[in-house]
Design a protein around this ligand. Structure first.
Ligand SMILES: Nc1nc2c(c(=O)[nH]1)N[C@H]1C(S)=C(S)[C@@H](COP(=O)(O)OP(=O)(O)OC[C@H]3O[C@@H](n4cnc5c(N)ncnc54)[C@H](O)[C@@H]3O)O[C@H]1N2
Ligand code: MOO
Length: 446
């Protein structure tokens, strides 16, 4: 076991392992064994990339990309995009003094004399006529208040009889939303780099926008590697269901990518090379094939394509064989996710998330602090990513950020823990004691 790990680490570091043992070709006899393709010789000046720490891997991934060129999009197509310029109010909000309640606009202390006419409705054209001293006029929520209004009296707090209105004396300005209460024209409402939520789109519309300058969604392509994978039905004859095909695209989309396609390539080195060479994506994400197995072609394919390796192995568990490379010409990033499913999640959050933030013009993803609900055993030398339950609103003793409890079924090949998790705890080498602060990586929303 130790030898196997050493071999994979050696390979991840750019060395040849001492000895190769075919791992997969005998596992599924129904599939013809893929030919073992020798790694192309390394160029003499090519230096192996030592493994990065988890923190430095995230920084390198973020710094390796620049934001995609902004474009203008109508509001109804801008959800999930990132603002390429601050959202600046194009109008005062409210744009005029507005009734905040259904009732009467009044001028001065009551009782008031009811002014004639149909009353004021929201959106009514023309300017309402001035309200004279001691007068009251029926008004609906959202209607412009007439000049001279000192307050709005709520319908339930007054009664109109015989041309007069009597009721509780409101304080000056009661239930009037004054013009520019929320913002003045020109005020910055949201900074550049904000990802547009439904609320942000509503705010943009309220502030007068029809379209917004945004960074386009980075286009991602997912290449799922592995001849052992089945795409429907039950595992049989040593073959298993592909768990990463259905998971990786949606996860990238939740992180802000537009997923062009998920392609199942088996362990065909030629198909992998062609798919990478011909991709039009801004980000290529592969699953499996990062380690030392006889049909793990990813690293040799990237070398053959003269890709630059930025990250080759990260001192994180699970997920240590993850990699990041850049293709020549356009510098398209290739993220190699390890095949073990929880290791692939680790790669998504360690490498793909910072890259997508950078390509979209967002700040790097951040962790938040919670309190360890029990001791988290750490790895001796590596960061350990642990699925946790940390219910929202669970204040805990540590001060409001929640109490994180590790979940079972968190082995590298398991998804049961992460599927029930609300976050991944980032456990430094040596672990975290019960009640101590622990950093959490949020999982993207569905
Ligand atoms: N000699 C060594 N072998 C391995 C090491 C090592 O250090 N030395 N590390 C192990 C670790 S850790 C991981 S993680 C994996 C990474 O391997 P690969 O990225 O090359 O992935 P595969 O070999 O293709 O698959 C590994 C494992 O995951 C299963 N898998 C792959 N794709 C999927 C998928 N789409 N859905 C579900 N399961 C998938 C695959 O069947 C294997 O069981 O390497 C270890 N080996
Ligand atoms: O990257 Mo592996 O998960 O440690 O199984």
């Amino acid at each position: 076991m130790t030898d196997e790990f050493d071999d994979a680490l050696a390979l991840a570091n750019g060395h040849r392992p001492h000895e190769r043992h075919p791992r997969r070709t005998q596992e599924h006899p129904t599939t013809p064994a893929a030919p073992v393709i020798p790694d192309p010789p390394r160029a003499p000046d090519e230096r192996p990339v030592p493994p990065h720490t988890w923190e430095s891997a995230r920084t390198v991934a973020y710094r390796s990309a620049v934001p995609l060129t902004p474009r203008r999009l109508p509001l109804d197509r801008a959800l999930g995009h990132t603002l390429a310029a601050p959202l600046t109010a194009l109008t005062d909000l409210p744009a005029f003094d507005t009734a905040a309640m259904d009732g009467w606009a009044v001028n001065g202390p009551g009782p008031w004399e009811l002014a004639g006419g149909p009353g004021l409705l929201a959106g009514a054209p023309g300017h309402p006529t001035r309200l004279g001293d001691g007068q009251a006029l029926r008004i609906a929520t959202g209607a412009r208040v007439p000049e001279g209004t000192t307050a709005v009296v709520r319908a339930e707090n007054a009664s109109a009889r015989g041309g007069r209105l009597s009721g509780r004396l409101p304080r000056l300005g009661a239930d009037i939303r004054p013009r520019a209460q929320e913002c003045r024209s020109g005020a910055e409402l949201l900074p550049s780099g904000t990802r547009l939520t439904p609320a942000a789109l509503g705010l943009a519309a309220a502030a007068g926008y029809d379209e917004l300058a945004v960074h386009p969604l980075p286009r991602a392509e997912v290449l799922v590697l592995g001849d052992e994978l089945l795409h429907h039905g039950l595992p049989h004859d040593g073959r298993i269901r592909d768990a990463l095909g259905p998971m990786t695209g949606p996860w990238l989309a939740a992180l802000g990518a537009e997923v062009l396609v998920t392609r199942r390539l088996g362990d065909d080195a030629d198909a992998l090379r062609e798919a990478v060479e011909t991709s039009r994506a801004d980000l290529i994400v592969t699953t499996g094939g990062t380690a030392a197995g006889p049909v793990d072609h990813l690293r040799s394919t990237l070398r053959a394509l003269h890709a630059t390796t930025l990250i080759s192995g990260v001192t994180v568990r699970p997920g240590h064989p993850m990699l990041l490379a850049e293709l020549p010409e356009h510098g398209t990033p290739v993220v190699g996710l390890p095949g073990n499913p929880l290791a692939a999640v680790a790669g998504l959050l360690t490498l793909a998330a910072p890259l997508l933030h950078a390509l979209s013009g967002r700040m790097p993803p951040v962790t938040r602090t919670a309190t360890a609900g029990e001791a988290f055993g750490g790895h001796r030398t590596d960061t350990h990513l642990v699925p946790v339950r940390c219910p929202a609103g669970d204040g805990g003793s540590g001060g409001g950020a929640g109490v994180a409890v590790p979940l079972n079924y968190a082995g590298p090949a398991m998804l049961r823990g992460i599927a029930a998790a609300s976050a991944l705890a980032v456990v430094p080498p040596g672990g975290v004691a019960h009640h101590d602060p622990v950093q959490l990586l949020e999982l993207p929303p569905a």
